[in-house]
Design a protein around this ligand. Structure first.
Ligand SMILES: NC(=O)c1ccc[n+]([C@@H]2O[C@H](COP(=O)([O-])OP(=O)(O)OC[C@H]3O[C@@H](n4cnc5c(N)ncnc54)[C@H](OP(=O)(O)O)[C@@H]3O)[C@@H](O)[C@H]2O)c1
Length: 277
């Protein structure tokens, strides 16, 4: 499994697993746990979750999947913006830890920016880190202007990632957010990398994938994985789909294939506000 260094120096796999919508249907729970466990077996040891997902039930699915193997997992969770106050973030983190059945998170992210001042959230994150409840912190859905503001705050330059919407049909981040992060050696975490499944059904991508002997989801993920500093976190609750998605980690798209994809999914030609789902 390819890895990337976080600013802290720690290396994490560039292929992780998302968990949005897990834990919402009891009939799917066993498959979801089995899929996450298969991913861990195959080296996708980064799991992304959030207190928001299924009102905490996704974190409970993750707890079941990582039981007995916590130390080999890089566990990421996120705090709601309305909980991201000095005291609220600490309480929210304690609740997440309890649901996850662990004593620490590897990375704790501000899910998106709300009305709580960023400085307050940074203070809470620093306190959580000092207490050993989180090892690192970062942000999600922050555009370049938010990051610049954050950077000027105490602790703001210690963020380990910005988790943002990034896939073949959402390329706006390439214009200025990615270069900004790259200058600072901060890997980006691409969420909804297959556009919540819509890219699998995209006719242009399906035809490209057919021409080149890969599955559409693999083409979408391999495109993101062309750069070594992008972490993808596709979600699937099906072992067979996870295996298919993981195949993308073995694919290196050629310059010709990348040019073909640029023709099908146009790169940005100007700055646009960061999109989010
Ligand atoms: N920070 C944020 O604001 C934010 C926002 C969105 C997402 N996220 C994170 O990013 C993760 C990934 O994003 P996402 O879940 O929105 O979307 P995604 O990973 O792009 O797509 C997930 C959807 O695609 C389906 N799928 C997965 N692999 C497939 C395959 N090989 N063939 C066909 N269908 C496939 C899944 O269905 P099955 O499960 O039935 O296979 C699911 O419906 C989330 O789970 C979450 O952890 C973060």
């Amino acid at each position: 499994m390819r890895t990337v260094a976080l600013p802290s120096g720690e290396r994490v796999p560039t292929f992780g697993m998302g968990t949005w919508y897990m834990g919402e249907d009891p009939a799917r729970r066993a498959d979801e746990i089995a899929t996450l466990q298969l991913g861990l077996d195959l080296g996708a040891t980064l799991i992304d979750t959030a207190e928001m997902y299924g009102d905490g039930r996704a974190e409970e699915v993750v707890a079941a999947a990582i039981e007995g193997r916590r130390d080999s997992v890089f566990l990421v969770s996120k705090v709601y913006p309305h909980n991201a106050t000095r005291r609220g973030a600490i309480a929210a983190c304690e609740r997440s830890l309890k649901r996850l059945g662990t004593d620490r998170l590897d990375l704790y992210l501000l899910h998106w920016r709300g009305s709580v001042p960023l400085a307050e959230t940074m203070e809470a994150f620093a306190a959580l880190r000092a207490a050993g409840k989180i090892r690192h912190y970062g942000v999600s859905n922050q555009d370049r202007n938010d990051l610049e503001e954050l950077w000027a705050l105490p602790g703001g330059s210690e963020i380990q990632t910005d988790q943002v919407l990034f896939n073949l049909t959402r390329r706006g981040v390439e214009w200025e957010l990615l270069p900004w992060l790259r200058e600072r050696h901060i890997p980006v975490m691409a969420y909804s990398p297959i556009e919540q499944g819509r890219l699998v059904r995209n006719q242009k991508l399906a035809a490209f994938a057919r021409r080149h002997g890969m599955a559409p989801a693999q083409a979408a993920l391999a495109w993101l994985l062309k750069d070594d500093d992008v972490i993808v976190i596709p979600k699937s609750g099906h072992p067979d789909r996870l295996r298919e998605n993981l195949g993308a980690a073995e694919i290196r798209l050629s310059p010709e294939q990348l040019r073909e994809l640029d023709g099908l999914f146009t790169p940005p030609s100007r700055a646009t506000p960061l999109e989010m789902l």
